[in-house]
Design a protein. Structure first.
Length: 634
């Protein structure tokens, strides 16, 4: 796991970016503290920082060169089938000087061109520069496990693993207003856009070539829509599907245990992480597992369930129970990791979990992807029940006026249930695509737009066009909800959180559910194999029922929640009022509607904060990012 960055220009003046690439590489040090290096040509520069996992010798340090010196690669990721691919190249007469996957990746490109991408089982973002042709080839993995940002203006193509490294290069920083509205509604920014105009996220499952020819730069982007679209529907029995699914998952976990450094697992006590840990424990005795909880907030604490699983499996388990001082002690470190605004508050415990785990291991397996692929979210169950029993929508709508009289938020069990019923009621009145968007959002579109101070007349229209693009994969089939979640929620929220928080602590996170063979298989199955009347992630539960305690198999999903409301009303209130959302600062900043921000703060401190808590955290994350990355540079 590493950090990569680079630039290719339309002139012979790459040398003038030496300072920028040095700063960008330094900004990625946390992603790869074991070594760093750079490469320069007359119109191209590359930088790399390395977290050594496989072949930890300096022979695999990067930038890595082909034997003849023509090709050079900077690479972030892991290829789990690299040994098989290496063997096939050896049979063709290719020789190797290292035992790692970086050289395999480079030799595959030299010998097969971009066709080799479909052979890769793993996650990656990499760039290969051809010194002879003055061309850069760049690619990213199927699901976006590894991030890749780029800036292209016709004369320069700049790329980096993180936005904050990209911002070390000289180009204009201007807020993308449409992305801001998306962020205010979702608390993240969907690909391919970012918070800064002109900066994009490289499309998942794609590649591009940037050629220098006659002092011009040609950018030929993106070879395909996705590696895993168009899976054929398998007509097999449920029992056979369970067996095949388990075999694929077992093989995926085994592949992701491969490393030359210590490997552990995250174990929340939920079904996904418990399943991954259970299978890992079959192949690695006394494997180390990690969970995190809250000493003072039992409503948000799952560590009891994690300990139940650990006891049954015999893992070397570490439970980290946090109090407010632990969380506040890391708050600014967590906000500092954000290269662009990111408002998922579960980043807070994720960061601390990664920091604690890094003291024991260098790699950890996680359960990311299970909810999106197999219907684990509340919105999936709500959609299923609404389709099976439309009268539930009518019932919820009848109850809504009365429920609105009850104070509600996520911070109490009853208040959260009221909140969920009201969201269900609102979604039941909408079309399926609009309902999906409503249930995926933290705020209504009107509220997000009302937060913007100086809106252009076309802003709402532009936002609507982007929204429709995000929802274009919904076709009415229930599997299309899962597919849209993979493209929207998994790519832009869950995997961003996992990458940012783990790499901030120099920890590699691997996701067995995202083995492309497993994903393709799940999308080929009927949705009923994944979600039913009273059972979400049905196929997973049945596949691992022999490995886990009954309490885990039958408990409902609990999100990675954070007790933000209590903190906002106590320790963080001063910073909210005098720093991030101070009335005079909001006025002078000129981005947000001062009156609307004041109304959000009033509701926050009221007896019924509703979902304002998540909005406030999103604003805090934006303000911290803006102060560090826009104000200080402008």
């Amino acid at each position: 796991m590493c950090g990569i960055t680079g630039i290719i220009t339309s002139s012979e003046e790459a040398a003038k970016y030496f300072s920028a690439i040095k700063s960008a590489t330094l900004a990625l040090h946390h992603r790869g503290p074991d070594s760093s290096g750079s490469f320069s040509d007359f119109n191209a520069l590359l930088g790399h920082t390395r977290l050594s996992i496989i072949d930890t010798s300096h022979a695999s340090d990067q930038p890595f060169y082909s034997a003849d010196g023509r090709f050079v690669i900077v690479y972030n990721g892991e290829i789990f089938n690299f040994k098989e691919l290496r063997e096939s190249l050896l049979n063709k007469g290719v020789s190797f000087s290292t035992s790692g996957d970086t050289e395999v990746l480079l030799q595959l490109y030299i010998n097969e061109g971009d066709k080799f991408l479909e052979k890769l089982n793993g996650f990656f973002a990499f760039a290969i520069y051809d010194k002879l042709q003055k061309a850069l080839f760049i690619a990213r993995d199927r699901f976006g496990v590894k991030p890749l940002f780029y800036y292209w203006d016709g004369n320069r193509f700049i790329f980096a693993s993180e936005m904050k490294a990209l911002l070390k290069y000289p180009f204009e920083r201007k807020i993308d207003q449409v992305s801001l509205v998306e962020y205010l509604q979702l608390n993240y920014i969907p690909a391919p856009n970012t918070m800064i105009e002109g900066v994009k996220k490289f499309p998942i499952g794609n590649c591009a070539k940037i050629n220098y020819n006659d002092k011009k730069l040609n950018f030929t982007p993106f070879c395909k829509e996705s590696y895993y679209e168009g899976c054929e529907n398998k007509n097999i029995s449920y029992d056979q599907a369970v067996k095949s699914f388990y075999n694929l998952l077992d093989d995926s976990v085994q592949k992701r245990l491969l490393a030359d450094v210590p490997v552990g697992t995250f174990l929340s006590g939920g079904l996904d992480s418990s399943a991954i840990t259970a299978i890992a424990a079959l192949h690695k005795k006394n494997i180390t597992s990690f969970s995190i909880g809250y000493k003072e907030e039992p409503l948000f604490d799952e560590t009891h369930y994690a300990e139940l699983v650990s006891k049954k499996l015999g893992t070397d388990h570490h439970t980290f129970r946090l109090d407010n001082s632990d969380l506040f002690g890391e708050l600014y470190n967590i906000l500092d990791t954000l290269g662009e605004p990111f408002g998922d508050s579960s980043s807070i415990p994720m960061y601390i979990l990664c920091r604690k785990a890094r003291q024991h291991v260098k790699v950890s397996l996680s359960g990311d992807g299970g909810d999106e692929l197999m219907g684990g979210y509340n919105k999936h169950l709500a959609e299923y029940k609404l389709r099976k029993s439309p009268y539930l929508g009518t019932l919820a709508n009848t109850a809504a006026p009365f429920l609105n009289l009850i104070p509600y938020s996520r911070n109490t069990a009853i208040g959260n249930k009221v909140r969920q019923v009201l969201r269900f009621s609102k979604g039941a009145k909408l079309s399926m695509p609009d309902r999906y968007w409503e249930w995926a959002s933290i705020a209504d579109e009107s509220k997000a737009l009302n937060l913007i101070r100086n809106k252009s007349l076309s802003l709402s229209k532009q936002f609507g066009e982007r929204k429709q693009s995000h929802l274009s994969t919904l076709d009415g089939n229930f599997n299309s909800l899962f597919y849209t979640d993979v493209k929207l929620v998994l790519q832009n929220d869950m995997l961003v959180k996992a990458d940012l928080m783990s790499m901030a602590n120099s920890l590699e996170v691997r996701c067995p559910f995202l083995d492309y063979r497993l994903v393709e298989y799940l999308f080929s199955l009927p949705f009923e194999y994944k979600i039913g009347e009273n059972q979400q992630k049905r196929i997973l539960r049945d596949a691992v029922s022999h490995l886990l305690p009954q309490e885990i198999l039958h408990r409902k999903k609990q999100g990675f929640e954070v007790p933000l409301l209590k903190w906002f009303k106590t320790e963080l209130k001063g910073s909210i009022e005098s720093l991030w959302l101070a009335d005079d600062y909001i006025e002078s900043q000129g981005i947000f509607n001062p009156a609307y921000v004041k109304s959000l703060k009033r509701q926050l401190y009221s007896s019924s904060p509703q979902d304002v808590v998540a909005q406030i955290w999103g604003l805090i994350a934006f303000q911290h990012w803006y102060k560090r990355n826009i104000e200080t540079i402008s």
